[in-house]
Ligand binder design. Sequence first.
Ligand code: FRU
Length: 490
Amino acid sequence: MEWNRALRYKKFDDWSDQDKKELLEKVQHSPWRMDVHIQPRSGLLNDPNGFSYYNHQWHLFYQSYPMGPVHGLKAWYHLISDDLTHWEEKGLALVPDNPYDSHGCYSGSALPVDDKLFIMYTGNVRDADWQRYPYQIGAWMDGANKIEKIKTPLIASQPDHYTDHFRDPQVIRRNDRYYALLGAQNDQLIGEIVLFESEDLSNWSFIGPLNISDQSLGFMIECPNLIFIDEKPVLIFCPQGLDKNILDYRNIYPNVSLIGDQINLDKATFVSNHALHNFDEGFDCYATQAFNAPDGRALAVSWVGLPEINYPTDPYGWAHCLSLVKELSIKNGQLYQNPVRETATLRQDHAQSQGTLDRQSRIIIKDCAPAYEFAINLRGKGSCRLALAKNETQSLDLDIDFQTGMLTLDRANAGVPFSEAYGTARCTTISKDEPLHLQIFIDHSIAEIFVNHGYKVLTARFFPNDDQTQISLRASVYLDYNYDYWRLSK
Ligand code: FRU
């Protein structure tokens, strides 16, 4: 089937029941479905949206094109949880059904206001010439999870001097008023984060672009987030086309974070003495959504996927997943990410061991489950290789060079190749000659690797052939290790 425009934008109701049944069957035959991660029942999942705490539960939505593994007519899919870990699927919640979102309910956010959840998102509209019109739209969800869209757009067009790339509102409350951050492209074709403010959520006025950098950060900024950690403003966003001299990155588009020292939303000023960082040092992480939860935590969840890249699940009628929910903190001026503590509720069958290796290799676990958590302390000389999801011929490899302080995640030999044009390895620095702690989550076709208690994270999809049930270690010189292992299950 060729995914032409007519097919991608065909209304969901115009697909036959037979089409839908065949698609679900295709997905059922897919290898690589996960046990504990959020994945689409069918079709494509992308950005997390509307992540919030409302009516005593966590709410999370994601961008969904349910009819195939391509970017088509986007809707919001809704999930609810008591613990950020076990999610109940509620189905499609926002679907394109009116002149202001006819070509997709694009990304946005949510904020509890009185006894309702206020949703703000981008309505994507195309005319007959395929010219794009972005509308910023509001909706209210009630305690029964019933959503009512506000009839007229909150922001009816982009401000003067901006192109139609204007989307992904994050609505926040601060200083007794509401602000929205939007991803935008100015008429010089430079990406910006722009600010709007409102007293009543109905009337919105343009403040201006947030002055995050003297340099151009690329041609478009998608999915901006502002959160506060220890009172410091932190921005997380996706600067498409960012110059690699400003920040080295390997993925098609980066997802970055920037810790600030001060922000004045009314004046659109942001002061930072920190550098831009990759939010994730792995292969597949984009469109992270973060918010300040009422319990005081700064929480984030990422799309584990990238725009414009084909994945090996495509022939099975689905694509992508969300990351585990992560708690963000700042330590020594650095952004840390750790899986939320509730993730531990997935643990089953604990195993533990330790040992020493002297210029040798050893299979340290023989019968891993397809979904597991593995936490290991490594202290060594020279270098070592941790081979995950391993069988005789394939593995996802972590190479650690204690001497140079370099950690490399290599998926070249991990299964079905994909996205090779962007390289098959990702490197990141660690402290030289220091012990290393890794907390690793493997779930069939995703690895999330937290380095030194959240100092760095490397996220990767990989698509192994089955029966990859081992973990092995190899030491070039000398290695001391101890580990904890749990099978993961919901
Ligand atoms: C980022 C993005 C957003 C947009 C959404 C559409 O992945 O392109 O900018 O709102 O996806 O699905």
